[in-house]
Design a protein. Structure first.
Length: 452
């Protein structure tokens, strides 16, 4: 059984593999010492969990959570090497129960001064039973588990296993860090066939890699190959642009980034920031999100965060949803942009949202009275005979257009669910509601102006 690096499981005296010259550039320049690691200062500083663990040569079990290409696999190997313990590295995609048992047997054979590090890439791919199978070995100290995941561990890692590990959050590498990674890769692999590389070209590759060092190094490798085919062999910014013509957008429709982008769009619009709204909308659509989903989110926003402060917001969003349905993409993107911008500049109110939630809570708390008889329809003689419809007051028969009839059930009498704000049209809506209340309770209309 080979490990994640394609080698037989190492013993205490061996390392976790040397990449051949035919391996991808990202493998050939993978850092081997802590000093070589670029970025992640907040996770590797001397006063951090990892910093203290390295200093004491005692590594706790860890879950490394971060986006693709941020260095999770590299960090696991470097940590094992820094405390001088063997590393068993596997991908959870390729490890079943049989392989897991074999890895544990191998770990038992390799016991020395410190337990071996068992690195499981994509640990979120393990099902509950597989994750539970790791527990006794982690608890007994047979291995130091280092799991890596791009998904939120709160949802993807069993609580029992997560409680036995320290969570280390890794961030995407910033542009400056990616440029350093690319510069170091060029230094370590430069040969007679490598021509000059413009600094601007590295900036382009770093900027278009979305914080992913693996993608940046892969792009550099392609760009250097393309440059070698050119007469000048110089890697220019123009050539770099050609190689990364499509921006690298980290996105997973079924994962956390799907919800992160939707949340960023919604909260930007709620804060009336049209510029951020357009940006997050474009980020979401360009990453491949279903435009129908985005349209549904905008429709929801129109009612949840604008409501009657501007009733046209819902009209705009429904029209955008219909345009997306009729036109498809990319034409539909502009309709969504129009709706998002309208929602951003519209006055905001969550009064309808609060009102509906208050009604839901009242029902959950037991306000489930039968429908009052006077509000029930009576299409048959029997229903009329038992009192359905008795006492109903037809509003149009009243000179004011509002009868004095109570429409809430007895347990809800006097409850106010919808409290309109004073922004946009909702100010007028509030005046209308107060006026209707006065008419229903037969209060003098002359007091309307005072109360308004």
């Amino acid at each position: 059984m080979t490990d994640l690096f394609g080698n037989q499981p190492p013993d205490a005296s061996t390392d976790s593999g040397h990449a051949t010259r035919h391996a991808p550039l990202a493998e050939r320049v993978r850092p081997r010492t802590l000093a070589d690691v670029v970025g992640q200062e907040s996770a590797l500083g001397p006063n951090t969990v990892l910093g203290r663990a390295i200093a004491s040569k005692r590594l706790p079990s860890l879950i490394l959570w971060g986006p693709p290409g941020c260095g999770k696999t590299t960090l696991a190997a470097v940590l094992a090497r820094s405390i001088n313990t063997p590393l068993l590295a596997y991908s959870a995609v390729r490890v079943g129960v049989k392989e897991l048992k074999a890895a544990m047997s191998e770990a038992a054979r390799m016991q020395g001064e410190r337990p071996p590090v068992l690195f499981l890439d994509e640990i979120h791919r393990f099902n509950k039973a597989q994750q539970d199978a790791l527990l006794p070995h982690v608890e007994a100290g047979d291995v130091t588990l280092v799991g890596a995941t791009t998904e939120n561990p709160s949802f993807e890692v069993n609580a029992a296993l997560l409680s036995r590990c320290r969570l280390i959050v890794l961030e995407p590498l910033d542009q400056a860090a990616l440029v350093r990674v690319l510069e170091r890769a060029i230094e370590r692999t430069r040969d007679d066939d490598t021509g000059p590389v413009d600094a601007e070209a590295l900036e382009v590759l770093a900027q278009r890699s979305g914080g992913d060092a693996r993608f940046a190094l892969g792009s550099l490798e392609l760009a250097l190959s393309a440059a070698q085919r050119e007469d000048g062999r110089r890697l220019t910014s123009e050539l770099a642009h050609q190689v990364v013509a499509e921006a690298h957008l980290v996105y997973d429709k079924a994962g956390e980034e799907h919800f992160n982008l939707a949340s960023a769009l919604h909260k930007s619009l709620r804060n009336s920031d049209a510029q951020a709204g357009i940006y997050w909308l474009a980020r979401t659509l360009e990453a491949g999100e279903d435009p129908a989903y985005v349209a549904r989110r905008l429709v929801r926003f129109a009612s949840e965060d604008v409501g009657l402060a501007d009733p046209q917001a819902l009209v705009q969003c429904m029209a955008a949803a219909q345009a997306v349905h009729r036109l498809g993409m990319p034409e539909g993107a502009l309709a969504l942009a129009q709706a998002a911008t309208y929602c951003a500049q519209a006055p905001k109110s969550n009064a309808l949202y609060r009102a509906y939630n208050a009604a839901k809570q009242a029902i959950a708390d037991g306000a489930r009275d039968p429908v009052p008889l006077h509000l029930r329809n009576a299409p048959t003689k029997l229903m009329k005979n038992v009192g359905y419809g008795d006492g109903y007051q037809y509003a149009h028969d009243d000179d004011t257009g509002v009868s004095a009839m109570e429409c809430l059930p007895p347990s809800m009498h006097g409850r106010v669910l919808y409290r309109p704000g004073d922004r946009g049209f909702e100010q007028e809506a509030g005046q209308r509601l107060r006026h209707a209340w006065k008419l229903a309770h037969r209060q003098p209309a002359a007091s309307d102006e005072q109360d308004a």
